[in-house]
Structure formats: structure tokens, C-alpha cells
Design a protein around this ligand. Structure first.
Ligand SMILES: Cc1cc2nc3c(=O)[nH]c(=O)nc-3n(C[C@H](O)[C@H](O)[C@H](O)COP(=O)(O)OP(=O)(O)OC[C@H]3O[C@@H](n4cnc5c(N)ncnc54)[C@H](O)[C@@H]3O)c2cc1C
Length: 394
């Protein structure tokens, strides 16, 4: 699939983090900007961070113009990604429902739907009866504690196979000459006269003209190696899967109010996501109290799932920014860049973020879609508040 490259002494660009975002960045740097003298340094095997731990939901129905454009750019890339990479990423555009359980949810949902349409993003409003027709296994009983009053539907939303995304980008980047260096942890970032000069790793020193940090839950730890303090909080985010069952759910269902989001995998497991853990931590572990809340939320919406057995649970470490939007661009050290702060929702952005980040690194100026997501918005106040966009409360 890709060469087991050892690190060279020097690269034009070193990317810290071999998740989907790091690998996509490397691929687009090589393919679109002719910069193939690139190493992706991953402390373990590639794709086992959040890229291999998420619930794989893809959509672009974000509220604000800046986010809508970014996520729609990504969704369009998803739609051609299997052909682009010659690797089946198993994109399944089965439709994403965002449920409304109160008058407030209905107003917010319709507001978002109208904003989406103004950005040429497909969006529909379904009343409760239409929701039931679209997703028969969901309970829309008016007697439920959180009865379903309606939902937004993005038909082009869906899921993809997360491992395949990492492997597909890795193979394609490798074919362009990128070195993917696994089991190589960055332990220091070297700087001189306000510019990066390279990194120290568990496999030795590597000199670099430019260094890009794409380490998800560890972004703040890695940026601190260069003396940069980021406005990010790292939290565990948990998910679990049920035993495999026959097909029962052929769409994605998300509910912000009861805090659950789920789909059914090709193997038949229900893939069920939780809200973030309240505390900061770097433990990639599940825990019983979260499972309990998640199961309670699941059964509010799907009472018929009460007899399902749960198979396994896990966590990833997500880096949450103050406005729940990503940070993409240069940091206050020359030649140092960040693509992070994706929090609970960056899988869907993998190709789009990699694409605009590669442009930003190659030209040393923000891609127009990335410009609003620069770090300085936390001092200018031009925040992009997407707290309401996720199925997860932050
Ligand atoms: C349970 C869960 C559910 C989620 N559900 C969704 C969803 O449905 N839809 C969605 O869009 N998003 C979802 N997300 C968020 C999504 O997974 C992430 O935003 C996205 O995968 C981030 O990709 P990445 O490549 O930046 O991070 P990662 O895949 O985590 O890659 C970062 C890599 O950096 C490496 N690294 C860290 N420190 C170092 C170092 N010092 N040296 C070298 N390497 C280092 C790590 O080992 C890791 O492999 C979910 C996340 C979780 C945890």
C-alpha cells in the first residue's frame, strides 16, 4: 500500500500527525503544488487516532457562510474521492436527519435550512410524519419525553469508511513520493530567529523548511513545543457499536437535544456517538457513565433497540476551540502551520481541509476558504460560532 519509509535528514515540509487530515495535506501538496519532498510523521501506525475512531458522519449543513463553504467544498471532494484516489472510500450518501424536539429546535433547524439553501447546499424540512416515512424505525410518538416535531434532511450527507480514507490518501501520497514515517513521535520543534528549522523525533532529528501540525487532540501539546499557546481544550469523545444486526437503519440520525447520533455500518453494527466527556483528558477510553447516558438517549428515540447488545466502546481525543470551529493557517512562528480545532466534527472535512491547508502551506498565504479560520479571530473577535452545528454539545 505504501513504502515503510525511514526518515531522511531533511524535507521541505514535515507534517506532524498521520491521520486523515495530515495524509490528505501531504497528498494535495504533492499533487496540486508539486511539493513531494514531504514527510508525514506519525507516532504510531497511521489512521488510529480520531480518523479511525469517529462515527464517520459526513454532511455540509453548517449555519455560517464560512463553515458552509468549507464543509461543502469538502463534501464535493468526497463525492469524487474514490475515483481521485483509485480507492473505494465507501461513501454512502444515505441522508442525514437532524431532529427537532422543541419549538426552539424547529426554528433553529429552519433557520439553518434557509442559510444552507442560500449557500447552494441541499436541505429539506421534514415534518414528523415525513420523518417517520424516511426513517421508520425511529419513534416519533407524541408521548415520548423528547417527541420528534420534525427534522432537517441533507440527502447528500451520509457516511464513509474511515480506515479507507487514511489508507487511500496514504497510498496516493506515497505514489507521489511522500514519505509516510510511522512509529516516529515528534518530541521537540526546533526554531531559530523566529522560524522553524526542524523537529526532534524518537527516530532522530529532521530538518525542515516548513512544519505543519495536524495532531488533533494533541495539537496544543505539539504547538507548545514551539512556544505557541493555542486556545484549544482536549476532551475525550466516546462512541460504541452494537452487535451486528440485519439492516434496520438506512440513514444517519442526529439529535442535539438528546445527544446521540447513529448509523448502521455495512457489517450491521449500529455505530453510536456520545457527547464529549466534561473533563479534559488524553485517555482514549470508554467509560460506563457515558455509555449509560448514551443508551438512555438512544432508547428515547429508538425504543425497539432496547434488546440490542453493545459490542465495544472507545474514545478519541478531540481538540475543541472556543467557537467550535477549526483553526487553519500560519502560527506566530515563521514556517509553522496548524490545521486543528476540528473538535467533534473534522472527519467530514478531511479532503477539504487537506486541500485548503496544502494551498496555505505551499503559498504561505491562506486559501480563501481557510482565511476566516485563522488564529487571529480570537483576538479580532470575528468568531464563527458553530456550537449548534454538532450532534454533540460542547
Ligand atoms: C468518537 C468520535 C466520533 C466522531 N464522529 C465524527 C463524525 O461522525 N463526523 C465527523 O466529521 N467527525 C467526527 N469526529 C471527529 C473526527 O474524528 C476528527 O475531527 C478527525 O478525524 C480529525 O482528523 P485528524 O487527521 O486531524 O486527527 P487524527 O486522526 O487523530 O490524527 C492525528 C494524529 O497525530 C498523531 N500524533 C499526535 N501527536 C503526535 C506527535 N507528537 N508526533 C507524531 N504524531 C503525533 C496521532 O497519533 C494521530 O494519529 C469524531 C471523533 C470521535 C473521537
Amino acid at each position: 500500500m505504501w513504502r515503510k519509509a525511514g526518515p531522511k535528514a531533511r524535507y521541505s515540509v514535515v507534517i506532524i500527525g498521520g491521520g486523515g487530515h495530515g495524509l490528505a495535506t501531504a497528498y494535495y501538496l504533492a499533487k496540486e503544488h508539486g511539493i513531494a519532498d514531504v514527510a508525514v510523521l506519525e507516532k504510531g501506525p497511521i489512521g488510529l487516532g480520531n480518523t479511525g475512531r469517529n462515527t464517520t458522519i459526513i454532511r455540509s449543513n453548517y449555519l455560517w457562510d464560512e463553515s458552509a463553504r468549507m464543509y461543502e467544498h469538502s463534501l464535493k471532494l468526497w463525492e469524487g474521492l474514490s475515483a481521485e484516489l483509485n480507492f473505494n472510500v465507501m461513501l454512502s450518501q444515505r441522508g442525514v436527519l437532524n431532529l427537532a424536539h422543541s419549538e426552539h429546535d424547529v426554528r433553529e433547524g429552519k433557520r439553518r435550512l434557509n442559510a444552507n439553501r442560500l449557500n447552494a447546499i441541499d436541505a429539506e424540512w421534514l415534518d414528523a410524519a415525513a420523518v417517520k416515512r424516511f426513517c421508520p424505525v425511529l419513534s416519533v410518538s407524541p408521548d415520548a419525553r423528547y417527541s420528534v416535531l420534525g427534522a432537517t434532511l441533507q440527502r447528500r450527507g451520509g457516511v464513509a469508511r474511515h480506515d479507507a480514507v487514511a489508507w487511500g490518501f496514504a497510498r496516493a501520497a506515497d505514489a507521489h513520493g511522500v514519505d509516510i514515517v510511522e512509529n516516529c513521535e515528534v518530541i521537540a520543534i526546533r526554531t531559530a530567529r523566529g522560524r522553524v528549522t526542524g523537529v526532534d523525533t524518537t527516530r532522530g532529528e529532521i530538518a525542515a523548511d516548513k512544519v505543519a501540525i495536524v495532531a488533533a487532540g494533541h495539537n496544543s501539546v505539539v504547538a507548545a513545543m514551539a512556544g505557541v499557546r493555542l486556545p484549544l481544550q482536549s476532551h475525550p469523545l466516546q462512541a460504541l457499536v452494537s452487535d451486528p444486526v440485519k439492516p434496520v437503519l438506512d440513514c444517519v440520525v442526529m439529535s442535539n437535544a438528546v445527544h446521540v447520533y447513529l448509523s448502521q455500518s455495512d457489517k450491521g453494527e449500529l455505530v453510536i456517538g456520545a457527547g464529549i466527556d466534561a473533563y479534559n483528558s488524553y485517555a482514549q477510553r470508554g467509560s460506563f457513565h457515558v455509555i449509560e447516558a448514551q443508551m438512555a438517549a438512544l432508547l428515547e428515540l429508538f425504543p425497539s433497540f432496547s434488546r440490542l447488545n453493545m459490542l465495544r466502546s472507545w474514545a478519541g481525543i478531540v481538540d475543541v476551540s472556543p467557537d467550535a470551529s477549526p483553526i487553519i493557517g500560519g502560527l506566530p512562528v515563521g514556517g509553522l502551520y496548524l490545521n486543528g480545532g476540528w473538535g467533534t466534527g473534522g472527519f467530514k472535512a478531511t479532503p477539504g481541509a487537506g486541500h485548503v491547508f496544502a494551498h496555505t502551506i505551499a503559498r504561505d498565504e491562506p486559501h480563501p476558504l481557510a482565511a476566516p479560520f485563522s488564529l487571529d479571530r480570537f483576538t479580532t473577535g470575528a468568531l464563527i460560532d458553530e456550537h449548534g452545528a454538532a450532534g454533540v454539545a460542547h
